[in-house]
Design a protein around this ligand. Structure first.
Ligand code: HEM
Length: 399
């Protein structure tokens, strides 16, 4: 069952859960494929592991900043564009990006995040209790996969969890690439208005949370727009990605019962299993596009200055030059170095948090419900087509 909508770009297409075969052929044959582009900018798709890492490692050659030329396709004023970009680390290059990242990095170290483990375990148990009490069947995305990272990031940031319906819907639609850009821009603006209220309140009465910390420790050096942008990025990236990993990861495990049994029965295998699920699923199709700063080449293909570079993270993570038998889900593989969290200066800031959440959630779920099974035909699974983050709309399960 191919998920291709008519104009969905090749690097977002999946065949069920798998990247489409055409992507593998591109990796083997062209290596770097020239794509058409509606904005009249040359665009290239990079598919091999080494090439993807090379681009991600070199922000001086491959910039995250949108070239001025693209502004002519934007009907917002320069001030509105600047405001929308403020605080968004992913839209910046070092040293500008580094200035913000160094304020956040201490909050996301492995050590700091491990302190959240007891609370995350409690949130996981509460949601499993509720599922058990309500009885089978259940819809796992709304009962478990989405609320868990949403509640955790709300508590970490200091965002009221009662507001979840609003921010979850806005984020999901903002990242739905099938919607017109104007609609997605309007949703992003609404998100900023929502966050502006929280940041303004924190400026008067900073709480014991991450937004409060930013106000107390960096309030003088951060503009209001920057604070709003940082908090928004963390809220959106903090729930949308992990929830899709939990939903899709459970779906993948249920279709590989031998692999699920390892996660259920062998506590030491859970960490490597999470890494393998991240690699095998690579739910972020491509991350943000990069732009060539000057004429250059990637994998022997000439890239003109200003060209847009799209990196296929699933193609890279399934490159046989990276791991043997890459299309096989093998939770014992212990693959390190996948690019599912990106690589280099923009490597996912929240990776330690996402890892802790998944390392607690997957085994807890399959231990609580040892007979967990898909309630429907996997061929009917509602994949989120054409979305910045791949995943499942819903996952009906029983036990
Ligand atoms: C399984 C879950 C997650 C996945 C697969 C994921 C994936 C990624 C990827 C691929 C990038 C790099 C994009 C690029 O270079 O174009 C990234 C960056 C980022 N992620 Fe995550 N992410 C996850 C969870 C989280 C969480 C939980 C948070 C926040 C708490 C978060 C916050 C961020 C931020 C702030 C950046 C930008 C870092 C920078 O530009 O310096 N992510 N993520």
């Amino acid at each position: 069952m191919t998920q291709a909508a008519p104009q969905m770009p090749i690097y977002m297409q999946r065949d069920g859960i798998e990247p489409v075969a055409a992507l593998r052929r591109i990796r083997e044959d062209e290596r770097v494929l020239r794509l058409g582009n509606p904005y009249g900018i040359d665009a290239f798709l990079v598919t091999r592991y080494d090439d993807v890492r090379e681009v991600l490692t070199d922000p001086a050659r491959f910039s995250n900043r949108r070239p001025a030329r693209l502004a002519e396709f934007d009907d917002r004023s320069p001030e509105e564009v600047a405001q929308a970009r403020a605080g968004n680390l992913l839209a910046m290059d070092p040293p500008e990006q580094h200035r913000l990242r160094r304020m956040l990095a201490p909050e996301f170290t492995v050590r700091r995040i491990r302190r959240l483990e007891p609370r995350i375990a409690e949130v996981v148990d509460d949601h499993l209790d509720a599922m058990e009490q309500a009885g089978a069947p259940a819809e796992l995305v709304s009962a478990f996969a989405l609320p868990l990272p949403s509640l955790v990031i709300c508590e970490l940031l200091g965002v009221p969890y009662v507001d979840r319906a609003g921010f979850q819907a806005r984020t999901s639609r903002q990242l739905d690439m099938s919607l017109p850009p104007r609609e997605r821009t309007a949703l992003a603006h609404e998100s900023r208005i929502y966050m502006d209220g929280l940041v303004t309140a924190a400026r008067t009465d900073p709480g014991d949370d991450l937004i409060g910390m930013l106000v107390r420790e960096h309030g003088a050096e951060l503009t209001q727009d920057e604070l709003v942008g940082i908090a928004n990025l963390l809220l959106e990236a903090g729930h949308e990605t992990t929830s899709n990993m939990l939903g899709l990861g459970t779906f993948a495990l249920l279709q590989h019962p031998d692999q699920l049994a390892i996660v259920r029965d062998e506590p030491d295998a859970v960490g490597p299993a999470v890494e393998e699920l991240l690699r095998w699923l690579s739910i972020v199709h491509s991350g943000l596009p990069r732009f060539a700063v000057a004429d250059t080449e990637i994998g022997g293909v000439a890239i003109p200055a200003g060209a847009m570079i799209i990196l296929s993270l699933p193609a890279a993570d399934r490159d046989p030059a990276f791991v043997d038998d890459p299309d096989r889900l093998d939770v014992r593989r212990g693959a390190i170095g996948h690019v599912a969290f990106g690589h280099g200066v923009h490597h996912c800031l929240g990776a330690p948090l996402a890892r802790v959440e998944m390392t607690i959630a997957f085994p807890a779920l399959v231990r609580r419900f040892p007979r967990l099974a898909l309630a429907g035909d996997p061929a009917d699974a509602p994949f989120r087509a054409f979305h910045f983050v791949f995943g499942l709309e819903r996952l009906e399960v029983t036990w």
